[in-house]
Design a protein around this ligand. Structure first.
Ligand SMILES: Cc1cc2nc3c(=O)[nH]c(=O)nc-3n(C[C@H](O)[C@H](O)[C@H](O)COP(=O)(O)OP(=O)(O)OC[C@H]3O[C@@H](n4cnc5c(N)ncnc54)[C@H](O)[C@@H]3O)c2cc1C
Length: 637
């Protein structure tokens, strides 16, 4: 029986299917509601892919190295993943009882999630995007329209957009987006800023690096860009990138971000993860590491780095006193923790001494559940441009349910008409007609449709495409036996096929990054909520009042991070350490270490890869070291 090959790509929440020439391959859905941009052909993506494949392409080592890694944030997870890919044995030790570090999240008693930070994944994150692909979880990113949307403080409740047209390549799409927006930048300001950027275009990386000595504000003044632009436009970017204001942030940070985001067509396109990061992102990495013989242990805090007489690492000592010995050691904690762990014997070494300049910046992540659905919002990240808040999103809108049984969508489109499940069940309600459409022709016959139905069964579902009835298994796992399924359940009751962690059709949950937080980090939660509500009243003048006379707060969670990513003040760049330290067998990973992305998830993942690469490059040295220490042990005995 022939089966259909269907590739779904789309530009709206509705499905669009493209017909492929062959009808002999197995049924496949490429994209659903949130079409992934074409990233695979970019140079950066290919470079990142090539680095990934360097770990898997060489033959496994004769003697795998045991590598202890402290810290299961994205940097530590990435180090462990790529070492495991190369056939080595990472042991990842995390101090807390949760994975993810700055992407950690927790579930409250009502089953609602709250997080360390509101996290956005960009198209210009090649190593993160490769990682998702390598783990087979690309569909967990819910991509948004290619726009940047800013609140207008001078017009409460209104927004101004930078829309990147699909039809133009980079950087023209970005230039077009900037030129088309006249609400945030006047024409003379655009011209002034463009002239200011000319040296960056001509001078390239050398020019960008040379700007590290200036704050954003100083640089703008030097270029003759009016303070208004800094205070009203670049404030949003500074706070989003590093949680500080333009009078503190190094201009190099803005130039790097502009370069990364505007260089690729989809570089500034944003995606939300479809659920909480520890489970939806970190756990698949852990499963991967474990499947290759690596270990990941929670509640394992490193308390001390114990040294040999020659100043190299003897062991990492846990807070319960247990010493863990290995062939190589990686500290993937935040830089502030590393500084506390540094043995006194190392403190005068320039490589470590320079770390003094790198200090984590305080930030607060606020979550408020309201008693109603707020209307003045978008299915997107929003830049508040308020003095106390940075970016925010209505997570009940941006993070939709995710589908466990994707195949249902594909089968549905063979129907004359189908309905997205009802909002009451937590789904969009959308009537979609494919009758007579070109797309419908993809299913040439009932046989084809039936064949796809068989594929559906492998996920625990069976669809009667004629009656709109779905038989489903209580647990939609591949192991589920479709024959035992309940028959005749209606289409809207397939909730087992979906999970929603943030999505709510009736209530809004705003997640807001509160920054700069220096003056607020030690204040009480109620004070922070009070002032946040005052800011929200400006963003939602019709719906929110500071005294809750309009929307009422059902509950809130506040997560404070007194030392988050390193503060990118001028002249920090030379202080960022390479992943290989001057101490034999001792390495660093973390978003603050040297890599071409800023303090970000991409930076953390890349730092982990570079760390793993440095360890592999040192393989001979590390095995020789191991041999030497065995001989010493034998002599001592
Ligand atoms: C509010 C907020 C919003 C953000 N938004 C974005 C965004 O939108 N996009 C983006 O790309 N980035 C964003 N970031 C930045 C991003 O989260 C970080 O750059 C990245 O996650 C850092 O990863 P890391 O592994 O380097 O460090 P961390 O995530 O800090 O990981 C370090 C790990 O080490 C562990 N540890 C500490 N001490 C010890 C010890 N003694 N022994 C063992 N383990 C230890 C910690 O518990 C932690 O798990 C945001 C950050 C915050 C705080």
């Amino acid at each position: 029986m022939a089966s259909s090959v269907i590739s779904a790509t789309q530009t709206s929440p509705l499905l669009q299917f493209q017909k492929r020439s062959t009808r002999t391959q197995s049924f496949q859905i490429v994209c659903m509601d949130y079409p992934r941009p074409q990233l695979e052909s970019t140079i950066n993506f290919l470079e990142a892919a090539s680095l990934s494949s360097s770990f898997t392409s060489s033959s496994p080592p004769n003697k795998p190295l045991q590598v202890v890694i402290a810290g299961a944030g994205l940097a530590g997870l990435s180090t462990a993943k790529y070492l495991a890919d190369a056939g080595h044995k990472p042991i990842l030790l995390e101090a807390r009882d949760v994975l993810g570090g700055k992407v950690a999240a927790w579930k409250d008693d009502d089953g609602d999630w709250y997080e360390t930070g509101l996290h956005i994944f960009f198209g210009a994150y090649p190593n993160v995007q490769n990682l998702f692909g390598e783990l087979g979880i690309n569909d967990r990113l819910q991509w948004k329209e290619h726009s940047m949307i800013f609140a207008m403080p001078s017009k409460p409740g209104e927004f101004s957009r930078f829309d990147f047209p699909e039809v133009l390549p980079a950087p023209l799409n970005g230039i077009w987006a900037i030129l088309k927006n006249n609400e945030m930048l006047t024409w003379p300001e655009k011209v002034q800023f463009a002239i200011g950027l000319l040296p960056a275009m001509v001078g390239g990386q050398a020019y960008v690096e040379a700007q590290d000595g200036l704050t954003v504000k100083e640089w703008m003044r030097k270029q003759g860009v009016p303070d208004r632009v800094t205070d009203e436009v670049f404030i949003a970017m500074s706070k989003a990138l590093n949680f500080i204001n333009p009078d503190e942030l190094s201009m190099q940070c803005i130039l790097i971000a502009l370069n990364r985001f505007l260089q690729e067509k989809s570089g500034s396109k944003m995606a939300f993860l479809d659920g909480n990061p520890p489970e939806r992102l970190c756990e698949p990495i852990v499963e991967h590491i474990q499947s290759l013989g690596g270990q990941v242990r929670l509640n394992s805090r490193i308390q001390k780095i114990d040294l040999n007489q020659d100043g190299t690492v003897k062991s990492l000592v846990l807070n319960n006193g247990i010493a863990v010995e290995a062939d190589a050691y990686v500290i993937a904690t935040p830089v502030d923790i590393l500084k506390l762990l540094l043995p006194k014997e190392w403190k005068e070494i320039q490589y470590f001494k320079r770390l003094e300049k790198l200090v984590g910046v305080p930030v607060i992540n606020v979550h408020i559940w309201f008693d109603r659905k707020l209307k003045n919002t978008y299915d997107h990240l929003l830049f508040s441009r308020s003095s106390l808040l940075s970016v925010y999103a209505d997570m009940s809108v941006t993070c939709k349910y995710f589908c466990v049984a994707k195949v249902i969508y594909a089968v549905k489109f063979s129907l004359e008409e189908f309905r997205f499940p009802d909002p009451q069940d937590g789904y969009d309600n959308q009537i979609v007609k494919y009758k007579g459409s070109k797309e419908q022709e993809d299913f040439a016959s009932e046989e084809d449709a039936r064949d796809s139905r068989v594929q559906g069964c492998s996920r625990g579902y069976r669809v009667d495409y004629k009656s709109l009835k779905i038989q489903h298994m209580p647990k939609p796992t591949p192991e589920a036996n479709p024959e035992a399924a309940d028959a005749n359940e209606s289409f809207a009751s397939i909730s087992n096929g979906y999970r929603k962690e943030y999505y709510d059709p009736n209530r809004s949950m705003l997640e807001l990054v509160f920054a700069p937080a220096e003056d607020w980090i030690s204040r009480s939660d109620s004070e922070i909520i009070e002032v946040t509500m005052q800011e929200l009243a400006k963003l939602f003048p019709d719906e929110i009042a500071a005294d809750q006379s309009k929307a009422k707060i059902l509950k809130y969670h506040i997560v404070k991070t007194p030392r988050s990513v390193y503060k990118i003040v001028p002249n920090c760049e030379p202080c960022r350490p390479l992943q290989r330290s001057p101490i034999e067998g001792f390495y660093l990973a973390g978003d603050y270490t040297k890599q071409k992305y800023l303090a970000s998830m991409e930076g953390a993942v890349l730092s982990g890869k570079l760390c793993a690469q440095a360890i592999l490059q040192d393989y001979e040295l590390l095995t020789a070291r191991k041999q030497r220490s065995k001989q010493t042990e034998a002599t001592v005995v």
